[in-house]
Design a protein around this ligand. Structure first.
Ligand code: ADP
Length: 627
């Protein structure tokens, strides 16, 4: 049974007892708090926490009006029942207006228990209704919020009034403010995108006939021209006679999703275009090496390799030549374990030729990092391989012919010395024997012949020197070119002094080179710069620059210069631009320079203008050499 907590404001103890007895008699289960002034009343409110107040009208220095004001101020919402002796009707009406729950005269107390129960139940009901309203309001605002988040609105249309009620979100989707929530079917139709109107009307008409739920995707055009994609779904409201009296439904704004789908589709199309139009063949295998997917280029390979196009779902290993199956299965298994493939290999074709291809393979992992397949990329490199092989063959042949040429030059120059020595010895003998018998002309002839043999000897020596360049097997090693140039100027010191030449050199790098050959190279170039100085005193500069992967060295002089039409000729063996009476020499120096530079995988060239001096350049790659 419910227990009431009764706070009783009453200055008469005997009245209080009477009231308590009435309540007990009526079997009312209650706790009782007696207050007879303002303080005890307030204490009763705060400490006792009543759920019913019984209040007498007049107390010394306190009364029911003041008590009611305190009760209101403290925001109590419990029954407040006035139980008094006789009071004026006016006062009673006033108190009822103020909001008391009931009014009883002490002379008529038998109604009190029921009055307490009723006032209490009334208050409880009001509380429940208030809570219910609040809950409803909450859920409605939550629903509105949910609709906003989901871009999902609802609406309903009454066939009789022809008025449609749109939810806040439906209004927002259609670009309207939530106040414009009363719309007609015709207005809704005016929003439909012209290209979708026929489709929408068809569904609307069909639905009207069949009365089944309809769903459609279409576009709407807002007043500001914005186009949106929506999904609409509707259902009929049917009355008890089976007659449709309205229609209701939802509208879902799927514009963002459509945009995302479109951009996904576009990027898929782009990727596919790349995938299908590349020269690389791509192949996706599962972990058992079954073909899952491949691009056009793979079919090109398949036709060459197997003579047919791939069907998909075939096992790649089973398509290969039996003698290669183990090798590829091993390779693919290794990929699954994380060892990627990156190699160049060949495969025999049915016509007996060979295809060379570059194969790379990577393991495909799922989101948990588990291997789920292999992605292979294949490139036909047959042309490149054949070109490489051809080049290799040519290099081999060139090396053989160079060696043969060097051997020939060596043998020829070596073997020519012997008959030459014989000719000059016999000429000497003849000259001695005929001493005194030769006239001036004959003596001159013999001198010419002797001079000829001398020149021939120096040419043979030069040829021998040329053929020996490069046979020196000294290793390539770091060479400090500052030391080399210092050495060269020391060797040429006498010549430098004789010509009162000025030689300057900038700081030079340390390069990996054959020291003997590099020294020879600088010696020849500086020697020429000293030799071909003409009338001026020689001023020679030696230096270097760097260009990407190359060192570029130069020897610059202020000498007689060279006509550009001879720039190539001077590097050819025995080619000279002057006769020996003008400048001594054999024409071998620059040919040797060229050979030395080429041994170092570099190039040599000249820039010059007659009368203005020459600059000889040579380049040496910065990479390390091996002898
Ligand atoms: P040689 O000096 O024995 O004639 P080289 O092969 O060293 O042979 O030079 C070939 C020719 O190039 C020379 O005859 C000369 O005409 C020309 N030449 C070489 N160096 C210079 C130079 N520094 N200035 C002008 N001409 C040069």
């Amino acid at each position: 049974m419910r227990e009431y907590r009764i706070l009783h404001l009453e200055d008469s103890h005997s009245d209080a007892d009477v009231i308590k007895r009435v309540l007990l008699k009526a079997n009312l289960n209650f706790q009782y708090f007696f207050a007879d002034d303002k303080e005890s009343f307030i204490r009763g409110l705060t400490d006792f926490k009543p759920d019913v107040i019984l209040c007498d009208h007049a107390l010394p220095q306190f009364d029911s009006v003041m008590a009611f004001d305190i009760y209101k101020e403290m925001k109590f919402e419990i029954p407040f029942i006035l139980v008094t002796g006789s009071v004026s009707e006016e006062y009673a009406v006033e108190m009822i207006k103020k909001g008391i729950d009931d009014y009883l005269l002490k002379t008529n107390l038998q109604r009190l228990p029921q009055a307490i129960k009723s006032a209490f139940d009334k208050r409880e009901n009001e509380k429940k209704i208030k809570e219910g309203i609040k809950k409803l309001e909450n859920s409605e605002s939550r629903m509105k919020e949910a609709q906003k988040i989901a871009h999902l609105g609802n609406w309903e249309l009454d066939f009789e009034t022809r008025i449609g009620i749109w939810s806040d979100e439906t209004c927002r989707i259609y670009g309207l403010s939530p106040e414009d929530n009363k719309q007609t079917f015709e207005i809704w139709i005016s929003f439909i995108h012209p290209d979708d109107l026929e489709y929408v009307m068809k569904i609307v008409n069909e639905t009207q006939k069949t009365l089944v739920v309809s769903k459609m995707n279409h576009r709407i055009v807002l007043k500001d021209g914005t186009i949106k994609h929506v999904t609409s779904e509707s259902k009929f409201n049917i009355d008890s006679t089976g007659k449709p009296i309205g229609i209701y439904g939802i509208v879902h704004d799927i514009t963002e999703r459509k945009k995302a789908e479109e951009s996904l589709r576009q990027s898929e199309t782009n990727l596919l275009a790349i995938f299908e139009n590349t020269n690389t063949g791509f192949l996706l295998l599962d972990t058992l090496f079954n073909i899952i997917s491949f691009n056009n280029q793979i079919n090109h390979f398949a036709k060459i390799l197997f003579g047919f196009e791939l069907q998909g779902k075939q096992n790649l290993i089973s398509l290969l030549l039996p003698e290669r199956q183990k090798e590829f299965a091993g390779m693919f298994s290794a990929v699954i374990k994380g060892n990627n493939i990156n190699n160049e290999t060949s495969y025999p074709l049915t016509d007996g030729s060979i295809i060379w291809y570059h194969l790379s393979g990577n393991c495909v992992l799922d989101t948990n990092g588990k291997a789920v397949g292999i992605c292979l990329a294949i490139n036909d490199i047959t042309e490149k391989k054949e070109a490489e092989q051809k080049l290799e063959q040519q290099n081999k042949e060139l090396a053989i012919s160079n060696t043969e040429l060097e051997q020939f030059a060596y043998v020829a120059s070596h073997d020519l010395q012997e008959p030459l020595r014989m000719v000059s010895s016999f000429l000497n003998l003849l000259e001695k024997r005929m001493d005194g018998q030769l006239d001036e002309t004959n003596r001159q002839y013999i001198d010419f012949a002797v001079d000829g043999t001398r020149r021939m000897k120096s040419l043979i020596m030069a040829l021998l020197e040329y053929s020996r360049v490069g046979t020196n097997k000294e290793d390539f090693a770091p060479v400090d070119l500052n030391e080399v140039v210092q050495y060269v100027t020391n060797v040429l010191d006498e010549n430098i002094k004789k010509n009162t030449a000025l030689i300057t050199f900038k700081f030079l790098p340390v390069i990996t080179a054959n020291k003997t050959l590099i020294t020879h190279l600088f010696l020849n170039l500086v020697n020429n710069a000293l030799k071909y100085h003409g009338d001026k005193e020689p001023v020679i500069e030696i230096g270097s620059t760097e260009d990407k992967d190359w060192y570029i060295f130069y020897v610059k002089d202020n000498g007689i210069g060279i006509d550009p039409k001879f720039f190539d000729k001077i590097f050819i063996i025995f080619q000279r631009l002057h006769n020996k009476s003008e400048y001594s020499g054999t024409g071998i120096g620059l040919a040797i320079c060229k050979k030395i530079v080429e041994i170092h995988k570099g190039k040599i060239w000249v820039e010059s203008e007659p009368g203005k001096g020459s600059t000889f350049y040579f380049s040496i790659p910065e990479t390390k050499h091996n002898a």
